[in-house]
Design a protein around this ligand. Structure first.
Ligand SMILES: NC(=O)C1=CN([C@@H]2O[C@H](COP(=O)(O)OP(=O)(O)OC[C@H]3O[C@@H](n4cnc5c(N)ncnc54)[C@H](OP(=O)(O)O)[C@@H]3O)[C@@H](O)[C@H]2O)C=CC1
Ligand SMILES: O=C(O)C1=NCCCC1
Length: 352
């Protein structure tokens, strides 16, 4: 594989990437497929799992791009994921479905349940899909975008492992628990946000540790409960929630609605299930889809158009929309390629 080697680069959170290589999107895809196949992932899963990793790299989301392949390999080798799991869809009620991922990665389970979720949302106006017994390592925006692509409003969330202290506490209890929201926009990119309810995704702190960089104050505390800018010490201690008690309450909500509500694990239970293996989190995910026509029928289009004034109100004062950076990256990378830290590339190439 021919790759361009260069020195420089700024990650999406402003972290110097050091020496990097530039891969075409096709090379990123080939690498992801090769690594996953070599470590025994069944063919039915390789495409959906690789797709989310390729999308992360394409949209310059370094913490959930090819870096995630390392943990996928580790999870496969640890036996904490069923590599050939066959997801099974269960109709629960006219507006509800469950997908039993049977211990496999979440991506194939999501793809398997998606058509029925869309059908139920269109019929009922709103529908929810609970995915159970899945291994989740990825960003959530590819999933909410799959719904906005169909003209639906979308919400998704999942617990992870207990790495985050509740506001006012010092012991890890919550996961980094991402929440993602998507709103379809006529003729344009959807409005999408997707973030951890911790101050930052744990993956971002891991990237700082790999790069030997300090982390900003406010992300973590060490094992003694003291604030730290040392990535290693922060990973060994606890992440903090974003926005103090507000992120803490949202994180608790994710634990509840994507855990016990759908009969699945909390982040503390997921970490106990992991039993020191350091594999990706295991448990459930909740996805909700709302059809704008459900409330308003034929008048929905007119009201969706009114929503555009809100987005104009944000951008007209120089602020940007969430995901605007990501969509710009998506348009750039097919021509520009994806810049990957050289050390990471070499590690992945050795695994392929
Ligand atoms: N599966 C799992 O268990 C977990 C997955 N994750 C994933 O990690 C990823 C990163 O999470 P996190 O570190 O919290 O991400 P960020 O703190 O970077 O927040 C990301 C979101 O905020 C938007 N955003 C960032 N800066 C601005 C700004 N100045 N103005 C407006 N919007 C802005 C981003 O848009 P843009 O992208 O355009 O910058 C994006 O939608 C997510 O995709 C999440 O799903 C996180 C935790 C656990
Ligand atoms: O970055 C994070 O935080 C996580 N990403 C993937 C799954 C584990 C948590």
């Amino acid at each position: 594989m021919h790759v361009y080697l260069q020195r420089c680069g700024m990650g999406n959170k402003g972290m110097s990437a050091g020496e990097s290589v530039t891969l075409t999107l096709q090379q990123v895809a080939d690498l992801a497929h090769a690594v996953l196949r070599r470590h025994g992932l069944a063919e039915a899963h390789v495409g959906p799992v690789a797709a989310t990793i390729i999308a992360g790299e394409r949209d310059e989301c370094a913490s959930h791009g090819v870096y995630r392949l390392l943990n996928c390999v580790h999870t496969l080798n640890s036996g904490k994921v069923v590599p050939d799991a066959v997801p099974v869809v269960h109709h629960v009620s006219p507006a509800l479905l469950r997908v039993d991922a049977a211990g496999g990665f979440a991506q194939l389970a999501f793809a398997t349940g998606l058509p029925l979720l869309v059908e139920k949302a269109r019929t009922m106006g709103i529908a929810a899909m609970g995915i159970n017994r899945c291994v989740h390592f990825a960003a959530l925006w590819p999933e909410v975008e799959a719904l906005t692509d169909q003209g639906l409003v979308a919400f998704a969330c999942t617990p992870s492992h207990a790495w985050v202290a509740p506001a006012g506490g010092t012991s890890p209890l919550f996961g980094t628990n991402p929440i993602a929201f998507g709103w379809p926009r006529p003729g344009g990119d959807p409005f999408v946000f997707d973030f951890a309810t911790s101050a930052v995704a744990r993956g971002e702190i891991e990237l700082h540790r790999r790069a030997g960089k300090p982390i900003p104050e406010g992300w973590t505390i060490d094992a003694q409960g003291n604030p730290t800018t040392d990535a290693e010490a922060g990973l060994a201690g606890a992440l903090l929630t974003f926005g103090g008690h507000k992120g803490s309450a949202l994180s608790a909500m994710v634990e509840l609605i994507a855990g016990p509500l759908i009969g699945d694990m909390t982040s503390a239970e997921s970490l106990a299930h992991d039993d020191g293996a350091k594999a990706s989190p295991y448990g459930g995910e909740l996805i909700i889809a709302i059809d704008p026509a459900g409330f308003l029928g034929a008048a929905a289009a007119e009201h969706m158009q009114r929503a555009e004034a809100l987005f104009d109100g944000i951008t007209s004062q120089g602020a940007r929309l969430p995901s605007q950076r990501r969509f710009a990256a998506r348009r750039r990378t097919p021509a520009q390629g994806c810049r990957i830290p050289r050390a990471l590339y070499e590690e992945l190439a050795a695994l392929s």
